[in-house]
Design a binder for this molecule. Structure first.
Ligand SMILES: [Zn+2]
Length: 169
């Protein structure tokens, strides 16, 4: 009789243990499902490696992303899904909060601003090698630096124009 009771008690204990184990497994599974559901979404890979590649607008090295829609229009929540393109700091800064939703419109705007701003500089002729030769060292260096800046400016404008016309990918 006692032995029967002992056996029944043992069986009951085993059953309770098995139920607890099953409960534990169910609990674990539920907790895992909740974890998965509440996990932050994986940060999406940036569309560009920010320091690689050229500015979409002017071709200078890209260092940031330009969102095609300005923050005041999208709000912070929609910011992540707003289309963005690689851009240099200057282009990105100049576009800032302007509502120009296509790459072409943005490039056209930048072209106009840059061309107007540097109208005088762009009209200046480059010095010939012989003219440069005649200058003192310091002045020659200054002139060469300025010509290099002008060359970059012309290159940026050319790139901006092509982008504005939709000729660049
Ligand atoms: Zn740029």
């Amino acid at each position: 009789m006692d032995r029967d009771r002992t056996l029944r008690a043992q069986a009951a204990r085993r059953e309770r243990k098995a139920r607890m184990a099953a409960d534990d497994a169910a609990y674990e599974a539920r907790a895992h499902a909740e974890d998965v559901a509440t996990e932050e979404p994986e940060p999406r890979a940036p569309e560009i490696a920010s320091t690689a590649g050229a500015c979409t607008y002017c071709g200078e090295p890209a260092t940031e992303n330009d969102h095609l829609l300005p923050l005041p229009w999208t709000g912070k929540a929609a910011r992540r899904s707003t289309k963005k393109v690689p851009a240099c700091r200057e282009c990105n800064g100049r576009l800032s909060d302007l509502f120009l939703p296509t790459v072409e419109e943005r490039a056209a705007h930048l072209f106009q601003v840059l061309a107007e701003e540097h109208l005088d500089e762009l009209g200046k002729p480059d010095w010939s090698p012989r003219e440069l030769e005649a200058l003192g060292d310091r002045l020659r260096q200054a002139v060469i630096t300025r010509q290099a800046d002008r060359t970059i400016l012309r290159s940026r404008l050319a790139w901006l124009k092509l982008t504005a016309l939709g000729r660049l990918p």
